[in-house]
Design a protein around this ligand. Structure first.
Ligand SMILES: NC(=O)C1=CN([C@@H]2O[C@H](COP(=O)(O)OP(=O)(O)OC[C@H]3O[C@@H](n4cnc5c(N)ncnc54)[C@H](OP(=O)(O)O)[C@@H]3O)[C@@H](O)[C@H]2O)C=CC1
Ligand SMILES: O=C1O[C@H](COP(=O)(O)O)[C@@H](O)[C@H](O)[C@H]1O
Length: 489
């Protein structure tokens, strides 16, 4: 555990402290970092929301959340009490002025004014501008303050601009941390190591050797308790505009000069700006959208999306896109991206298919080398190679997989992606957070697809819950002689 360094003392103020995200992800993540010895004893975590609660009542909710969302073997009573002792709570309507802001101010005034403050906005994005304004009005933004913005940063360019402007009026860009939890995932961070620390990979990482790239993030869950949000979003906004485009950027970008935040972000931005626009005229051939119907997931009958929602809807729960990065490195290489709710399995992975060897010396063309970066589950890297078939005297080939499982020392499970990101904000390291121009470039590419869908340029397909998705998504690849890689269970 000695590789986890303690961060400096901080105040973390979570707006949306009674919500699902705070209870399910943020408090468990902070508890785990305390368990790893990274959170100093004089750090404070202050929850803020409208629900009338005193400190004790909030602590009771937090205790329940830890018990509910963390495995029992990591919940030691002593550590839980040490964590809960760090908590405080302020009842506050973040969109209005009022005396509760003075209460928050007095809690923060207990520490030195130069202490790190992180304001985490885990609430509706329409509130972000108002919260920032009130933080400013009550003199709570110090030079050492940072603000973490949860997704979604808008539902289109106009709403993203309004959110960014609202926060940007009070916080300079260098103090704004837009979180994308996919960037906190171990295998996603490993893309850069794999590409740039291995000359073997680096040399082969271009259209000369790579035939196609697939980026998949599918899950078995439906919209759960988030139908109200999800129905205004859909798969493209929820997963592709942010998480999967960020992954694509890391796969496709040129080597940054360093691992400094702006060097990495500039390299990602160049990829986003090089994405070929998808228009009304091309949307039908480059994209697929679909909704799940009733089916069976993990052995259980589940209703279709519309039944779950209880009303008609044109929101997609599945999206697949064939994207093109118009740079010399990626000339004519398709990037297939897909995401789904109520898929037959939960898998996130990146699959790089290399061009087959041109040799004819073995008779049949050897299979393509294929590199699979498993984001989840079973984090690891798998490389398919051609080898001689030892069972035969003749020189026949078969394929064998090199499988490197990425593990923590001592068999510890990987930290949840929020754990690293929450403390990066304390450290003041924005490299795994998104800069404003990246958000905007992503919307510039995604919005015309959404427009084409809105204008019915692409028919809405269906797929049974528990299946791999609609037939049309298979056809999206078939044109190039490709098939989706379906990870083994
Ligand atoms: N839940 C998840 O898994 C994920 C959520 N997100 C994003 O995180 C944010 C929060 O999501 P989630 O936790 O699910 O949402 P919830 O609806 O569960 O929680 C919203 C929180 O905001 C508080 N709130 C609402 N209005 C106000 C207000 N005017 N002043 C102060 N507090 C207010 C609510 O508390 P109260 O009613 O007491 O005021 C509650 O604590 C959203 O932007 C969401 O898109 C992103 C990724 C995943
Ligand atoms: O941001 C989101 O991500 C989750 C999937 O995250 P993962 O880490 O479990 O892959 C998704 O369920 C949710 O709809 C979306 O808002």
């Amino acid at each position: 555990m000695e590789h986890f360094q303690q961060v400096e003392p901080f105040d973390y103020v979570i707006f949306g402290a009674t919500g699902d995200l705070t209870m399910r992800k943020l408090l468990p993540a902070l508890y785990n970092r305390l368990r790893m010895g990274q959170i100093p004893d004089d750090a404070c975590i202050i929850g803020a929301a409208r629900t009338e609660l005193d400190r004790e009542a909030y602590v009771a909710r937090a205790r329940d959340a830890l018990q509910r969302f963390l495995p029992s073997d990591i919940l030691s009573p002593g550590l839980v009490e040490r964590f809960l002792a760090r908590l405080d709570y302020v009842t506050l309507d973040s969109s209005h002025e009022g005396p509760q802001w003075e209460t928050l101010k007095s809690l923060l005034a207990k520490a030195q004014p130069d202490r790190v403050r992180v304001y985490y906005f885990a609430t509706a994005p329409q509130l972000y501008g108002g919260i920032s304004e009130n933080l400013h009005r009550y003199g709570l933004i110090t030079p050492n303050s940072r603000v973490v913005l949860e997704k979604p940063i808008g539902t289109d360019m106009a709403t993203a601009t309004a959110i960014n402007d609202g926060v940007g009026q009070y916080f300079p860009e260098k103090q704004i941390y837009r979180i994308d939890h996919y960037l906190g995932k171990e295998t996603v961070q490993n893309i850069l190591a794999l590409r740039f620390a291995n000359p073997l990979m680096n040399a082969a990482w271009s259209a000369e050797h790579i035939e196609s790239v697939q980026i998949t993030a599918v899950e078995t869950v439906g919209v759960e308790g988030r139908a109200a949000y999800y129905d205004t979003s859909g798969a493209l906004r929820d997963m592709i505009q942010n998480h999967l485009l960020q992954v694509l950027c890391l796969v496709a970008m040129e080597a940054p000069d360093s691992l400094e935040a702006d060097a990495v972000r500039n390299a990602k931005l160049a990829v986003l700006n090089a994405l070929r626009p998808i228009t009304d005229a091309t949307a039908a051939t480059e994209t697929v959208r679909a909704q799940y119907t009733a089916g069976v997931v993990d052995g259980e009958n589940v209703p279709g999306y519309l039944e779950e929602l209880g009303k008609p809807s044109t929101t997609e729960t599945y999206a697949a896109v064939r994207a093109w990065v118009d740079t010399p490195r990626w000339k004519n290489v398709p990037f297939y991206i897909r995401t789904a709710k109520r898929s037959g399995r939960k898998v996130s992975e990146i699959v790089i298919t290399f061009r087959p060897a041109a040799t004819t010396m073995f008779g049949a063309t050897p299979a393509s080398n294929r590199l699979v970066l498993r984001v989840q589950p079973n984090e690891g890297v798998e490389l398919r190679l051609n080898v001689k078939n030892p069972a035969l005297d003749v020189y026949n080939l078969h394929t064998a997989d090199l499988d490197a499982k990425i593990r923590m020392e001592g068999g510890m499970p990987f930290p949840d992606s929020y754990e690293r990101l929450l403390l990066d904000a304390v450290r003041g390291d924005p490299v795994l957070f998104i800069r404003r121009d990246e958000v905007e470039a992503a919307w510039r590419w995604a919005e015309p697809i959404l427009d084409a869908w809105k204008h019915d340029k692409v028919p809405m397909q269906t797929y049974s819950a528990g299946s791999y998705g609609p037939e049309q998504a298979t056809r999206l690849l078939a044109g190039h002689g490709d098939i989706w890689h379906e990870a083994a269970e």
